[in-house]
Design a binder for this molecule. Structure first.
Ligand SMILES: *[C@@H]1O[C@H](CO)[C@@H](O)[C@H](O)[C@H]1NC(C)=O
Length: 316
């Protein structure tokens, strides 16, 4: 070790997935298929909501924001991973790495805040059905979305700036498939205490506070249903809250699996597998959860396709 000639790392190598070389092709095809499904599924939701005026309600505007966020979240990491699996060992420069980390945090946090906005929307819809349109005005919706963006931009900027002051000098091999914040911290040769503290503080702001807000709006929804129990009310609540609740469970289920599951070895392998779960699987499933069980989305699909058929038969 020559200490005098200490070089500062200016680029990193992402090591990709911890799998055998003979499984690379299988995983490549699988990931490519899942990524394409994510892109197409979320684009379809966004286009449907833009095209169909029946879906211009707060719930669906939030949903299209959520789909946009899912689409971007997946696109921050998966294309690079596919490139790595394709056998291209591309070094990723330090600024590129920080940029990836920034956008990764941005869209992950945005999703969390949008889920809160959606929970508030369901709370107003079930508990104050008569005042719904006056409370959930376009102005309030825009404010909620704007607030989510402002919060998430500031939080990820803060993390990125804190990361930018660290220096990296030992290894430049990241045992992960994207520039993950904790993987980078492990490689740093500076003092990372402030970073770790901010991860803890901001992490709870982004995960626990939204969770409590969502939980309390569901507590109120359930108690308002049981105050005046009627089969119709319960059915309505289930049909409008079911999809949101499924997405929330998927989102927090992954987080709980990641952080709270007792694991003897906090190995890079487990981190990578869990990361695949939230970068690939969750964004892919969200549009399906919303479209499979949802009559409005199915109706919109039907209307768009029947319009197309009418046009094409008129055109002949
Ligand atoms: C996000 O939500 C806002 C406010 O409801 C809406 O105006 C906007 O069109 C949505 N954006 C996307 C990309 O869906």
């Amino acid at each position: 070790m020559e200490r005098g000639n200490q070089t500062v790392t200016s680029e990193f190598i992402l090591m990709g997935l911890p799998i055998e070389p003979n499984q690379q092709n299988l995983f490549y095809v699988l990931l490519l298929a899942m990524y394409l499904t994510t892109v197409l599924g979320n684009l379809l939701i966004i286009v449907l909501i833009i095209l169909d005026s029946h879906l211009h309600t707060p719930m669906y505007l939030f949903l299209s924001n959520l789909s946009f966020s899912d689409l971007c979240f997946s696109s921050v990491t998966v294309p690079k991973l596919l490139q790595i699996m394709n056998g291209q060992i591309l070094p990723i420069s330090y600024p590129e790495c920080l940029t990836q980390m920034y956008f990764f945090l941005l869209f992950a946090d945005l999703e969390s805040f949008l889920l809160v906005a959606m929970a508030y929307d369901r709370y107003v819809a079930i508990c104050f059905p008569l005042h719904y349109t006056s409370i959930m005005s376009p102005k309030l919706c825009l404010c909620l979305v704007a607030l989510s963006w402002v919060l998430t931009i500031s939080i990820s900027l803060l993390h990125t700036l804190l990361m930018a002051r660290l220096s990296f000098c030992a290894s430049n091999m990241i045992p992960h498939f994207f520039c993950d914040m904790s993987a980078l911290l492990k490689l740093s040769c500076s003092d990372t205490h402030v970073n770790e503290m901010m991860i803890l503080i901001l992490g709870s702001l982004v995960i626990i506070v939204p969770f409590l807000l969502i939980f309390s709006s569901y507590v109120r929804i359930v108690s308002s249903i049981f105050k005046v129990p009627s089969a119709r009310g319960i059915r309505k609540a289930f049909s409008t809250c079911g999809s949101h609740l499924s997405v929330v469970s998927l989102f927090y289920g992954t987080i709980i699996g990641l952080y709270l599951c007792p694991s003897a070895d906090s190995s890079p392998v487990k981190d990578t597998v869990m990361a695949l779960m939230y970068t690939v699987v969750t964004p892919m499933l969200n549009p399906f959860i919303y479209s499979l069980r949802n009559q409005d989305i199915k109706g919109a699909l039907g209307r768009i396709f029947s319009k197309r058929t009418i046009h094409s038969s008129l055109g002949q």
